[in-house]
Design a protein around this ligand. Structure first.
Ligand SMILES: N[C@@H](CCC(=O)N[C@@H](CS)C(=O)NCC(=O)O)C(=O)O
Length: 214
């Protein structure tokens, strides 16, 4: 990263699950940024000005020079690459794939499960708050988190093994939410609990991940 380059601009409310990943990776790397509130409770993502940047109408959006970026996991990887942080996002293709496979699975399977279990079951948000969807989300969430539990117990302490990577940023937000969801019987997950404490040694996780928000 050039010392002269302007800070990236993050558009998105700081209490958003997906914006928090961007704030975490920036703080993790001491990368400067500017942030502007968009999203629920602030300027709407459906404002024409915002829609022109992100037709999907979701936060975060990140602006870097002339580039306009959406999708939190992809942005996290971009920022780690921009900072030259091979430790967080390896250049080695096999190691990189190991990071990405977890981020992709989180973005699809786990996010879908959390829609039912958390957005529907806890926040009672429409359209996720119907009984079938909530119960299916809870079942899927337990199933998925037990996969992570077994994986960490056998291959931890971090998601890809010995060292912290951007996969732990995506998983860190999920694990924080896992310990907050309620209303159904959750299995004991000691490896996830240990992982939660391990991540909690990082100031940037305490600021943006385990910060009292689900
Ligand atoms: N796949 C997207 C999902 C983004 C997303 O779901 N954003 C939510 C907040 S976490 C949002 O924009 N909600 C509408 C709002 O805040 O107005 C990503 O990872 O960036």
């Amino acid at each position: 990263m050039s010392a002269q380059s302007a800070p990236v601009r993050i558009l998105g409310r700081s209490n958003s699950f997906n914006v928090r990943k961007i704030l975490w990776v920036c703080d993790e790397m001491d990368m400067p940024y500017e942030r502007e509130d968009y999203g629920r409770g602030f300027r709407a993502c459906t404002d024409p000005e915002f829609l022109a940047l992100n037709p999907v109408a979701q936060v975060p959006v990140v602006l870097d020079g002339g580039a306009v970026m959406r999708e939190s996991n992809s942005i996290v990887r971009y920022l780690a690459s921009k900072a030259g942080r091979d430790d967080l996002y390896p250049a080695d293709l096999v190691k990189r794939q190991q990071v990405e496979q977890w981020m992709d699975w989180i973005a699809y399977d786990l996010t879908h499960a959390l829609r039912g279990a958390f957005l529907g079951g806890v926040l009672q948000e429409e359209p996720w708050n119907n009984d079938w969807f909530i119960n299916q989300g809870r079942k899927d969430l337990i199933h998925d988190m037990l996969i992570v539990e077994e994986h960490l117990a056998a291959n931890g302490p971090y998601i890809t093994g010995e060292t912290f990577t951007v996969a732990d940023i995506s998983m860190g937000l999920v694990v924080n939410r896992w310990f907050v969801v309620e209303g159904f019987e959750k299995p004991e997950t000691p490896a996830l609990a240990a992982y939660y404490e391990l991540l909690s040694q990082r100031p940037a996780y305490l600021a943006h991940g385990r910060n009292g928000l689900p």
